[in-house]
Ligand binder design. Sequence first.
Ligand code: ADP
Ligand code: MG
Length: 356
Amino acid sequence: MAGSEITDDTRIRAVGPTLASLRSRGAKVIILSHLGRPGGKVLPVLSLQPVARAMGLRFVPDCLEPVGALADGEAVLMENVRFHPGEEENDPDFARRLAAQGDIFVNDAFAASHRAHASVVGVAEHLPAYAGLLMLAELEALHLAIDEPRRPLVAVVGGAKVSTKAGVLAHLLPRVDVLAIVGAMANTFFKARGVDVGASLVEDSALEAAREVEAAGGRKLVLPVDAIVAQRMEAGSPSHATGVDRVAPGWMILDIGPKTVALLRERLVGAGTVVWNGPAGVSEIPDFASGTRALGEAIAASGAYTLVGGGDTAAAIASLGLRGFSHVSTGGGATLEAMEGRELPGVAVLKEAAHA
Ligand code: ADP
Ligand code: MG
């Protein structure tokens, strides 16, 4: 959102199939959702009213307000559930009151399923609970890519920090055939090897974690060989390609270079499955987006089953107009937690319900 303007409706469109399926069969649908982190208070800038307008649905200004009569196949959108503190606290009474208006619970919020919140977990304790079509598609993609991948399985992990993805690296490493590290993450690996990367973003607290991955990764590990460097992280700052071991003082690595793109392309040839999380550079700035674009194009063209996850990665794909992936996850944190091999609480309650 930019103010009350919707700038990216990916997640709204992503629940379309479930919504259409329910409505076409005459269900009366009460949609619970959240936006941002209002912290249990009413925050008008985080109202879902603009979403109701975009979806052409009646809006109910408080998620605990009685919805009134609904026609068969009608859907209404309730105000942001996080306006109540009971949502994030998974307060039993709040969950019971949310559930009281419905007969069946369908969870299509994969992206929220790593949160043990009332509308994700609590409601499922009061109603028959089912996964929606988006939830199923997300879980199926993770299963195909990580549990039963067509081999070789190539993982490309980039983005800013090693620390936020150490769990992902640890879980993926024994499962993949190739693990390529790109983005600022790779800088920490270079420093851990004793390579001076100038003013590049490095995470000093994660040097040991990088050394561990490096030791466990052995020949599976692929790191960039060259980089696009500049003196400032801004558009128009003069930049050039150089070897990763030749970054001058005051210069920083802001993207992967052409030799690295060629190397990654080579490693993608013949891949059966590719999992990609994390941009290869500062892809928000066009000057440093070429590596992410070329990498994305190579992954999409690989012929492999391709799963792309991560909030910033999905945003980069959208802004660069990249397409042709088997599945682009709508989950940021949820996808990362799933890639760490962790059970998502919102998924766990659905599995329990299925076995009950
Ligand atoms: P995701 O949300 O897809 O999991 P991350 O949040 O881990 O991805 O990382 C995305 C961020 O990493 C972006 O803001 C991008 O600018 C930053 N980034 C990538 N490469 C570099 C780099 N070389 N230097 C600084 N920041 C980088
Ligand atoms: Mg991110």
